[in-house]
Design a protein around this ligand. Structure first.
Ligand SMILES: Nc1ncnc2c1ncn2[C@@H]1O[C@H](COP(=O)(O)OP(=O)(O)OP(=O)(O)O)[C@@H](O)[C@H]1O
Length: 249
C-alpha cells in the first residue's frame, strides 16, 4: 500500500518563480489498485509521481510504501519497490545492445548486491517466456538490437523489463504519448496485462481521456497540486465518458 500524508512540494522557495507544485495531498493507494491520474498541464501529476518514485524529495509530508516511510529515500533506494516507465520509448533501453542484453542489464540494475545473474540458458528462457506473453512474436528475436525495434515494441519490452524483477509498484508517466495510435493501444494493453499478471499496484498519468476511461479501477483528477476528483471501483465503473470530459470544461 502507498500512503501519502500531508504532502507538499515547493520549487524555488522564496524566489520570484516559486511554485507550489503539490499542495497538501493525502492519498491511500491499495495494493493491486490501478490508479489513473488526469489533470491539466502543470497540475502536479508528474511531480506527484516523482515524489512516489523518489526522484525528488518532498518539502514536507510523508510517503510510505508497505508501511515503510520512504519519504527521505532517493529513487535508487526505492527501486526494490518501484519501477517506472517514461513517455519516450528511447529512454530506459540501450539501442546498441540486443533485446536479451537489455534484459540482462535491467536485471543487474535492480538485483541487490551479492546476487549474480548470468546470461545463462535459464535466464534466456525466462526472458523468452515472458516476451512470448506479450504476443508480439519477439521471443525468437532476442538477439536483435533494441534500436532496430519500433517505438511500440520497444516500449512494450521496457514495460516488461521494469516489472520482471519483483517490483511492486509500476509508475507510468504517459507511456504511450509518443506513439502512433496502434502502438499506443498495444502499450496500454500491455501495461494493463502486466499490472494484472504481476499483481502490481499501477499508477498511470495520461492526457488521453479514452485511456483514462478504459483502464484502471480508480481515477483522480489533479488541479493546482491538489486532488479535485477521486473515484474508486464502482464509481469509476459508473463514470461516463461525457462526465469525464466535463471535468475539463
Ligand atoms: N524541477 C522543477 N523546478 C521548478 N518548477 C517545477 C519543476 N518541476 C515541476 N515544476 C512546476 O511544478 C508545476 C507542476 O508541474 P508538473 O510537471 O508536476 O505538472 P503536470 O501535471 O505533470 O503537467 P504536464 O501535464 O504538463 O506534464 C508546474 O508549474 C511546473 O512548472
Amino acid at each position: 500500500m502507498i500512503d501519502i500524508q500531508s504532502l507538499y512540494k515547493t520549487f524555488n522557495k522564496g524566489l520570484p518563480n516559486e511554485v507550489q507544485a503539490i499542495n497538501g495531498i493525502n492519498l491511500n493507494i491499495a495494493n493491486g489498485d490501478y490508479l489513473v491520474i488526469v489533470g491539466s498541464n502543470g497540475s502536479g501529476k508528474s511531480t506527484l509521481l516523482n515524489l512516489i518514485a523518489g526522484s525528488i524529495l518532498p518539502s514536507s509530508g510523508s510517503v510510505s510504501i508497505d508501511r515503510n516511510d520512504v519519504s527521505r529515500l532517493h529513487d535508487y533506494q526505492r527501486s526494490r519497490w518501484v519501477a517506472r516507465v517514461f513517455q519516450n520509448p528511447l529512454s530506459g533501453t540501450a539501442p546498441d545492445l540486443s533485446i536479451l542484453d537489455n534484459f540482462r542489464l535491467a536485471a543487474l540494475r535492480t538485483k541487490r548486491k551479492g546476487f549474480s545473474i548470468g546470461i545463462n540458458d535459464g535466464f534466456k528462457s525466462k526472458v523468452k517466456e515472458q516476451i512470448a506473453r506479450l504476443g508480439m512474436g519477439l521471443e525468437n528475436k532476442t538477439g536483435q538490437l533494441m534500436g532496430t525495434l519500433s517505438g511500440g515494441q520497444r516500449q512494450a519490452l521496457t514495460l516488461l523489463m521494469s516489472v520482471m524483477d519483483d517490483c511492486k509498484i509500476l509508475l507510468l508517466d504517459e507511456p504511450s504519448a509518443a506513439l502512433d495510435p496502434r502502438s499506443a493501444d498495444l502499450v496500454m494493453q500491455t501495461a494493463d496485462q502486466l499490472v494484472k499478471d504481476y499483481s502490481l499496484t499501477g499508477i498511470l498519468i495520461t492526457h488521453n481521456l479514452k485511456d483514462a476511461f478504459t483502464y484502471g479501477n480508480r481515477i483522480i483528477q489533479m488541479a493546482e497540486g491538489k486532488i479535485l476528483h477521486d473515484l474508486s471501483s464502482e464509481k469509476k465503473t459508473a463514470l461516463t465518458q461525457n462526465e469525464l470530459f466535463s471535468w475539463f470544461s
